[in-house]
Every structure is written in structure tokens, then in C-alpha cells.
Design a protein around this ligand. Structure first.
Ligand code: FES
Ligand SMILES: [Fe+2]
Length: 355
């Protein structure tokens, strides 16, 4: 018997603060797509949890990552979102930085007033890309991106790369749920029949096969679909939830990736990017136009149930439950990863523990 994780892990601000420093910092986070950063000067700015970041293609075509803050008095270099610039000009007092990070100009300052300008460049952050997606990591000592992805790299080799597909854009959603509530849900197919009625009818039930991969710390579902009602889903597919907050969905005619950003202990921001192979799909009489709306409907259904679960977890009356080794092995594994990651956290006295 496997008991569920204690409810306080799902809504405690101290747990979230611990996670920021000891969990989130140590992982890679999908933040955008390479095609939006194709040209020198293209940038992408975002808040990753509490950290303001900017990723930019420099004049040497190298992808660079920085904290989006000025070395003068912490002003923002750029506002969140995508854009293009030759240099970064701080929005507070106008200090200027090259996209390669060097401090170029400090308007109004006398020569010598800044002791060592060469030491006052932008603060760097690790950035790398894989399969057309851009990732950042705040921990210098964390493994490189491909090591972090582990067995995902060889699984991806069985599907077309995003570079050969059409990029269909992205969608952003917010949910009033802890990232682990969403992770628990994403790691099992047990809820599909109840929560995703349309999806359930097109899924070949016997083909839902869940495996847990230590090399990369992820849960993988071998999902294949009947042509059923949902033509866009026909064919083989592989669904991945990678700890702590990355979803990848490989399929014969499409690929999508989602990042689950924990905003605080009770909310997340979801961003999903879509690619498809319309020509290849059309040759097999598959219409890819419905992939995105269908995906969005599934995300909305998951958000809806997760928000209700979150509400109940916060009520403080849930005494803990039991997970099924047969139907919820992925959630058991995910909760083990959470426990391992939070092993250094000291629990509040009255919280109860996982048995
Ligand atoms: S904070 Fe950037 S120029 Fe002052
Ligand atoms: Fe779901």
C-alpha cells in the first residue's frame, strides 16, 4: 500500500520557499522556442518563479542568458515577453549593455567612478536548447541539459524533430493549483475516463502503458490512439511528465511541450507550444487542425479538476489517501521524487507525514 503525500506539501508557503531554493533552481526549465530567437538581438524575458530572466541571441549568434536586472540599482533591462534590441538599455537610468553581457555605457558617470566596469557586466544564467526548445538553469553545478533529459533524448529519436515540423504557436493558462497537484494528475491515466470523456474514447485502453525512468526522472506513457472520434490523435504517441515541471507529447504527426511554472504555493502558470506535420498527416488522411483545440480542452479539463483537488487539499481535513500500484504507478513515482527532493525540509509539527 502506498500512502499519498501529506496535504500540507501542497499549500504551505514554507514548502514553496524551500522548493525554490533547493529544487527549482537545480533543474532546467523550458522557457521558449528557438525559432523566436533566430536572429541576433532577439530576446525573451520572463519571470521564472521569483527570478527575472532574459535570454538573447547575441551578435555572434550565441544564445545567452542573464538575470534581467541592471548592475546599477537593479532596474529591468527589458519588459517581459519577446522583442528585439541591438544592446540592452536599462529602463531606469539608461545604462547600456551588449547582448554578450558587457557594460558599455553609464550615462552621467565620470571616468573612474565605477572602479572596474569590466566586472559590472550582466549576471549570467545557463541557457541551452534541445529539439528547438530553449531551456534555462540557475545552478552552475547542475548537470547539462542532455544529461538532465536522460532517456528522453533516445525516446525523442523515434519521432520527427521539431525542425522538420510547422510551429503552430503557444498557449498560456493559469491554474489555482500547486505544481504537485498538477504533477500528480499528469502522471496517471486513471482519471482519463472520468475527466476527459472525449480523449478516453479515442485512446486504445490496452496501449496505455506507464513506465518510470530514473535516468531523467520522468514518467512515460506509451499512448496510442484509435482513429475514433478524434482524428488528430490517430497513430502512436508517447507522453512524458518530467520532474519537476515539463510535459512532452510526441506523436506521429505532432509534438507539443508544456512547462509548469510554480508561481506560489497555490498557483501555476502553464505554457504549451505546438508543432505539427500537416502535410504528412494529410497524406494519411489525418487533419491536424484540431490538435490544438483538443489539447486546450484537455488542459482545461485537467485545470478544472486540479483546482478542485487543490481547494480540498487546502481545507485541511483530507487525512491522506492510498495510491494504486496498478493504476497510479507514475504518481507514486512522482511523489517519491518530491519526497526525495524535499527530504531536507523540516515539516511543521502538526502536519503528519507520508506513511
Ligand atoms: S538601475 Fe539601471 S541604470 Fe540605474
Ligand atoms: Fe488529464
Amino acid at each position: 500500500m502506498t500512502a499519498t503525500l501529506s496535504h500540507h506539501y501542497y499549500h504551505d508557503d514554507d514548502v514553496y520557499a524551500y522548493e525554490c531554493e533547493h529544487v527549482f533552481r537545480r533543474h532546467w526549465w523550458l522557457v521558449g522556442v528557438e525559432s523566436s530567437l533566430a536572429e541576433a538581438g532577439n530576446y525573451l524575458a520572463l519571470n521564472l518563479m521569483k527570478w527575472p530572466l532574459v535570454v538573447v541571441r547575441d551578435q555572434q549568434s550565441k544564445l545567452r542568458g542573464y538575470y534581467n536586472l541592471c548592475r546599477h540599482r537593479a532596474g529591468p533591462l527589458v519588459l517581459e515577453g519577446t522583442g528585439h534590441c541591438r544592446d540592452f538599455v536599462c529602463r531606469y537610468h539608461g545604462w547600456r549593455y551588449a547582448c554578450s553581457g558587457e557594460l558599455l555605457k553609464t550615462p552621467g558617470f565620470e571616468k573612474g567612478e565605477i572602479a572596474d566596469p569590466a566586472e559590472m557586466g550582466l549576471l549570467p544564467v545557463r541557457v541551452d536548447s534541445w529539439n528547438g526548445m530553449v531551456f534555462v538553469c540557475l545552478d552552475e553545478s547542475a548537470p547539462d541539459l542532455e544529461t538532465w533529459l536522460g532517456d528522453i533524448v533516445s525516446i525523442a529519436a523515434g519521432y520527427d524533430e521539431t525542425a522538420t515540423m510547422h510551429f503552430d504557436g503557444d498557449v498560456i493558462k493559469h491554474a489555482a493549483a500547486n505544481w504537485k497537484t498538477y504533477g500528480d494528475n499528469s502522471c496517471e491515466g486513471y482519471h482519463v475516463g472520468m475527466v476527459h470523456k472525449a480523449l478516453g474514447s479515442s485512446m486504445l485502453r490496452e496501449s496505455v502503458d506507464i513506465d518510470c525512468y530514473d535516468n531523467g526522472e520522468f514518467v512515460g506513457f506509451d499512448v496510442s490512439y484509435s482513429s475514433g472520434k478524434d482524428q488528430s490523435r490517430a497513430g502512436k504517441g508517447f507522453w512524458i511528465y518530467k520532474f519537476p515541471g515539463l510535459l512532452l507529447h510526441f506523436a506521429d504527426y505532432a509534438f507539443n511541450a508544456e512547462t509548469v511554472l510554480p508561481l506560489d504555493s497555490n498557483s501555476i502558470r502553464l505554457q504549451r507550444w505546438f508543432w505539427s506535420h500537416a502535410d504528412k498527416a494529410a497524406a494519411n488522411k489525418i487533419d491536424t487542425a484540431s490538435i490544438r483545440p483538443n489539447s486546450e480542452r484537455v488542459i482545461d479539463e485537467d485545470i478544472n479538476i486540479c483546482e478542485r483537488v487543490q481547494h480540498n487539499l487546502r481545507s485541511g481535513v483530507y487525512p491522506g489517501g492510498t495510491l494504486s500500484a496498478r493504476h497510479e504507478p507514475g504518481t507514486i513515482y512522482f511523489q517519491q521524487l518530491v519526497q526525495r527532493a524535499l527530504s531536507g525540509f523540516t515539516e511543521p509539527k502538526d502536519s503528519g507525514t507520508k506513511g
